[in-house]
Design a protein around this ligand. Structure first.
Ligand SMILES: Nc1ncnc2c1ncn2[C@@H]1O[C@H](COP(=O)(O)OP(=O)(O)OP(=O)(O)O)[C@@H](O)[C@H]1O
Ligand SMILES: [Mg+2]
Length: 259
């Protein structure tokens, strides 16, 4: 679906909020058409890094470069997907998706794109529904449809499943894997959930406790669509990730309690 093929190179990125150092010396690459997962304990700077990649936050050090081909029909190269869905309650499902296209595409083309992404995300029968009539899972499908509608070169996903119950999360995880792989969109995916990390990641970067640094980078060089949570090799990688972040997670949790 997406004709874009871009690679993101994060070089020497550091950030501080006033006196608080949040990120230090981050060097990472998100390869074209692949999923880079960022994991790490609470408060280690994951959302800040995603904001820097998306151009919403100017880092205090370093650069993020985007190389490659952005398709002509791409309306927003770096497109976010939010944890809380960020839908407008006074707009229908189709209206929420259409919003990002208004003033940018002629009506007929807009309607065709909206219909296409609603069908892709299983929302074809819900075009006229209101957000408040939808379950959390359906709302996040709208969030995904809206993101895909701009034909992004890169999806920036910040814990998109964390507000959902376990069953819905499992369903959407399968759908994300299929959609992302089919669209071939470069993706940066932030999660706390190690199972999500091994299901979706081609590359998993483990950040340390704040100030976040890259502790390790793991590669899982195989398709994400059809990966199973029960696959012994993925279970082993998940365990390896947990062994790496457990101590940091305990310390981050204590800091939170004290703060
Ligand atoms: N705008 C801001 N001003 C000051 N401090 C901030 C700001 N945004 C975040 N912080 C602090 O920076 C640190 C990193 O925040 P960030 O949200 O990037 O972490 P995170 O890894 O996404 O955390 P979580 O896992 O809880 O989502 C935290 O200590 C947070 O309180
Ligand atoms: Mg965050």
């Amino acid at each position: 679906m997406s004709g874009s093929s871009v690679r993101l190179t994060i070089s020497g990125v550091g950030h501080r909020y006033d006196d608080l150092p949040v990120l230090e010396e981050i060097d990472l690459v998100a390869d074209a058409g692949r999923v880079l997962v960022l994991i790490g304990p609470s408060g280690c700077g994951k959302s800040t890094l995603l904001g820097i990649i998306g151009g919403l936050i100017v880092p205090t050090a370093g650069t993020v470069r985007m190389d490659g081909q952005v398709a002509e029909d791409c309306l927003n190269p770096l497109t976010p997907v939010f944890q809380d869905f960020a839908l407008l309650p006074w707009r229908s499902v189709a209206g929420n998706v259409s919003l990002v296209l208004e003033g940018r595409l002629p009506r007929r083309e807009r309607e065709a794109r909206v219909a296409e992404v609603l069908a892709l995300t299983g929302l074809g029968d819900f075009a006229g529904a209101w957000p408040k009539q939808l379950s959390g899972g359906m709302r996040q499908r709208v969030g995904i449809a809206r993101a895909l509608a701009v034909r992004p070169a890169c999806l920036l996903m910040d814990e998109p499943l964390s507000a959902l119950d376990a069953q819905t999360r499992a369903l959407l995880l399968d759908e994300f894997a299929e959609l992302i792989e089919r669209a071939g969109t470069t993706t940066v995916y932030v999660t706390h959930n190690l199972n999500e990390a091994v299901r979706l990641g081609h590359r998993i970067a483990v950040l340390s406790r704040r100030p976040g640094r890259v502790r390790a980078v793991l590669e899982i060089d195989r398709p994400i669509n059809g990966r199973s949570a029960a696959d012994p090799s993925l279970v082993a990688i998940e365990q390896q990730l947990w062994d790496m972040i457990r101590d940091d997670a305990v310390l981050a949790e204590r800091e939170r309690v004290i703060a």
